[in-house]
Structures are given as C-alpha cells and as structure tokens.
Design a protein around this ligand. Structure first.
Ligand code: GLU
Length: 492
C-alpha cells in the first residue's frame, strides 16, 4: 500500500444494529494501526441507513466499547470534524443529488417491482433450476406509466445501478494482491424509503470524507466492483483497499452474534477480560506476533511492527483459550493497586456491587488481591474467591462438602487455634503460621493437613480458599477469632 501519497485517512463504519460485533473492534484496530503508523487520521462513521435493523442504544455501545479498548477516533459523530456529519442518516441531502446524477447519466434506473414480484422471480428460477440470478431488468427503459400496467407494481420505486457487460472486476488489495470478484447484479442504490443503500453511501462518504484506504472485512470483496463502478461513473479517485480475513469459529464458520456470545463486543467486558488482552488477541488474529519470541505485544508495539504485507489472508480461528491465557498474563503483570481497582470497576459495572466500593472495602480488596492474582484469569473470578472476606462474620456458613471432611476433633482444633491466635503479635501471616504449627502440629501432634482444614472451613465456610494464614492476616484478628470460635461452637 502506498506510503507516499496524501495523508492517510481511514475509517471504521459500523452499523448500529444491536450490540457491536467483535469484528468492529478488530477492523478498528487495524485501521488505527495504519493511521497511527502513518501519522494520519482515523474516523468513526455510523452507517445507519438500514432503518429496519436500527437499534437506538447501539451507537453508544460502539463508542463505549471502542473507547474501553483505547481505539479512539479523531473525527466522529460525537466529536465532529471537518467533513461531518458522520452519521449517514444526517447526510441524506448529500446522497440525493448523486443518485439523480447517476439517473441523468444513464448509469441508474428506477425499478417499481414489488418485493413480492422479486420473491416470485426467485422462486420461479429455483423451480426451473435456472442459473440466472439477480434482477431481470423488467423496469429498465420503462416509464412509470408503462410499468404501472404490468403486474407486481409498487408505487414507490427503488433506484438500481445499470451494471455494464464488462464492469471492472479486478482490483489491487493491500492484503491479498490482485483480486478478481464476481460479476455484480443491478444493485439497488436508493431504497423505497428514500434512504441510500450501503453501497452508494459508502462510496459517497469515503470520497467526501477524504478516505484514502478502505480497510474492512473480506465479506465486502464481492461488493467492491460495484463500488469501483460508482467511483468511475462519478469521476472520483478510488481509494486503496485492504480486505481483512474474517474471524472464524473452530469449524471455520463466521462468528455470529446469534450463535456465539463472544461475537458481542460487550461480552468481553462483562466476562472480565482486560481491554489490553483483547487488543493483543485481536492483533494476533490478523497479524504475526510483533516480537519474535513472544505473542505479548502492546498496541504501540503492534503499530510499530505493522505492515500490510504481513496481515493474514486466511480467516483466523477465534480461540478463547488463547485469549484467556493472554488475559491471565496481563492480570499478573498489573501492579496490585491497579488490579484491585480494575476488579472493583468490573464489579461495579456489572452490577455485582451496587455502587463503587468505599475506601475501606477498596483497601480490603487491595490487600487481598495478591492472594488470588496468580490463579486469576478473569476479573469476574475474583469476588467468588474472596467472598468470605466481604461477608459478615455471622454469615459464614459451612458448605456441606466442607462439613463432611471434618473429623471429630475439629471443635478441639478450632478452640485451640482461638487460644493460640488471641495473643499472636504482630497478627501477620508468618506469626500466625508459627503459632498454629506450634500449638496444633507440635503440641497436639496433628498432621498439618488435618490441623489446618477445620481452620480454613471455619474462616471461609469452604474447602478451598486462598492461602490460609495470609487470609487470616487480611481478615484481622477480631474476625478470625470470631469465625473460628463460632465454627467450634457449631460443630460441637
Ligand atoms: N457498515 C458496514 C459494516 O458494518 C461497513 C463496511 C465497510 O467498512 O465498508 O460492515
């Protein structure tokens, strides 16, 4: 892709049709990489011409998820910019004259065929096993009055492109080299509701917004000849194209929001993935590791390494195990306070905590974070591991599977631990451990495993917990003694 021409301007152009698709972030990432590498601009355009699938909450979700990932744009509907508006529904006056010009030049024509007639045509062809596809041009060359006398007439016409016999079918693609796409159909460019279709709007907007490189998913390769024709008819320079391989499931099907929860961009945040892990993962979906010896690379390192010739051409398999592994890596690399703050934000955002934690809860979380960090792969796993710390002492109940593990001497062990711990100073993990070993293991002669199990269960209610002595230290002497004392009573 040429690096010398005009200043690079790229865009991501999502349609607000529900939760944003993870592919929007993936496309935005590769657009951002090129824009930042070249010192150009990255635009966000909202393509909301499909009114049937329009979802009013979706635009905000697009903003929130891209900002969460740090994929920020220089111009967009919310920021404005020199070539706005950046929402297609606000640009209808821009498209109208272009369609009129195409009609006047004979490159487009009105079509009054009703949806029913088009459905019947498809059905008839399939019945007759006809190889014909696309519109049969019944309306071509007719006036409204002529067409009205025939069946299958709809009073509100669409406008179609008149595709010539020899349209441009090959083009250069930055990722794939020369591509040959199939012969297009007489594409509708203005719908009966007066809105342009994607194909017209994308060309008009990319041109008027000065987009130099169209970076988008490979599903648009087959549409590119129509776009090339429009550029040619309108006398506009064509941008360069880069068609990214689509993200795929393990069976190579496309990732769809209907079938795969991980297709929804908001899902990753809900699950407790870190944005930097998801970015790194999306980067690896389309690009070899930025470093020779490690798959871990920041956005800045990716931008530095970015070249179109290295982008994958084959659809990458969306491997959640890999993402989870990366997430664990990024979690372990965060400083404790930062990790605790991320966990707190996650709990608040997902509504698990009704409001942000008060300073004492945040301090508790920060002190407890080192106990769980090594085994944490998702932020959402933190609270279940630490629930006992945030519970009231009276609310600790012993789980059935934990109770069944306890021997008859559990109450005696718990009572001796209470005595041993009441005078330990300082009340830190090392002193706690020393005191408990002395009393329970050395003096009472109980094996460590059997001695500490009742304490863990008394403290947390569970068989499995973060490290015991550290947990006692974080919980503090008063709660520790209260819990062990209560368990001794309950079990005797
Ligand atoms: N609105 C299209 C989409 O959501 C944009 C495709 C393009 O980038 O040209 O996929």
């Amino acid at each position: 892709m040429s690096e010398t021409s005009a200043r690079v301007r790229v865009r991501v152009a999502p349609s607000p049709t529900g939760d944003p698709h993870v592919g929007t972030a993936y496309m935005a990432l590769f657009n951002v990489a090129w824009a930042r590498k070249m010192g150009g601009e990255f635009l966000l355009r909202i393509e909301d011409t499909d009114r049937a699938r329009f979802d009013p909450g979706s635009e905000q979700q697009i903003y929130d998820s891209l900002r969460w990932l740090g994929l920020t744009w220089d111009e967009g509907p919310d920021l404005g910019g020199p070539v706005g508006p950046y929402r297609q529904s606000e640009r209808l006056e821009t498209y109208g004259p272009v369609v009129d010009q195409l009609l006047a030049d004979g490159h487009a024509y009105h079509c009054w065929c009703s949806p029913q007639r088009l459905a019947d045509l498809r059905e008839q062809r399939s019945r007759e096993k006809s190889s014909a596809t696309g519109y049969d041009r019944l309306c071509l060359g007719m006036t409204r009055e002529e067409r009205e006398t025939l069946p299958g007439f709809s009073p509100t016409p669409v406008v179609r492109m008149l595709i010539p016999d020899d349209p441009p079918l090959t083009f250069q693609d930055a990722v794939r080299g020369e591509i040959r796409a199939p012969h297009p159909d007489d594409q509708v460019i203005r719908k009966a509701d007066g809105f342009p279709t994607y194909h017209l709007a994308v060309v008009v907007d990319d041109h008027l917004m000065g987009v130099t490189h169209v970076v988008r998913g490979e599903e648009w390769i087959s549409s590119t000849p129509k776009h090339l024709l429009l550029y040619q008819w309108l006398g506009w320079d064509t941008p360069e194209f880069a068609h990214m391989p689509l993200l795929r499931n393990a069976d190579h099907s496309k990732i769809s929001k209907r079938k795969n929860p991980a297709a929804r961009l908001t899902w990753f945040r809900e699950q407790g993935f870190l944005p930097e892990a998801l970015l790194n993962f999306l980067q690896l979906m389309g690009f070899p590791p930025a470093h020779q010896d490690s798959e871990v690379a920041s956005l800045a390192e990716f931008i530095d390494a970015f070249e179109w010739s290295k982008v994958n051409t084959v659809g990458p398999v969306f491997d959640l195990d890999k993402l989870t592994w990366l997430n664990g890596h990024y979690i372990r690399a965060l400083p404790t306070e930062e990790l605790a703050a991320r966990i707190a934000t996650h709990l608040t955002e997902t509504g698990t905590w009704p409001s942000p934690p008060d300073p004492s809860a945040l301090t508790l979380l920060t002190r407890a974070t080192p106990l769980i960090r090594e085994r944490l792969t998702l932020l959402s796993e933190a609270l279940p591991k630490l629930a006992f710390l945030f519970a009231h002492d009276d609310d600790i109940t012993i789980a059935d599977d934990a109770r069944s593990q306890l021997g008859e001497n559990a109450p005696a062990i718990l009572a001796s631990a209470v005595t041993a711990l009441s005078t330990v100073t300082p009340f830190d993990a090392a002193s706690i451990e020393a005191a408990l070993r002395k009393t329970l293991v050395e003096e009472m002669g109980i094996k460590p495993r059997l001695a500490f199990a009742p304490l863990r269960i008394g403290l947390t209610g569970e068989r499995v917990s973060p490290p015991l002595f550290e947990s006692m230290e974080v919980l503090g002497r008063t709660s520790t003694l209260t819990r062990l004392g209560r368990a001794a009573e309950n079990l005797s």
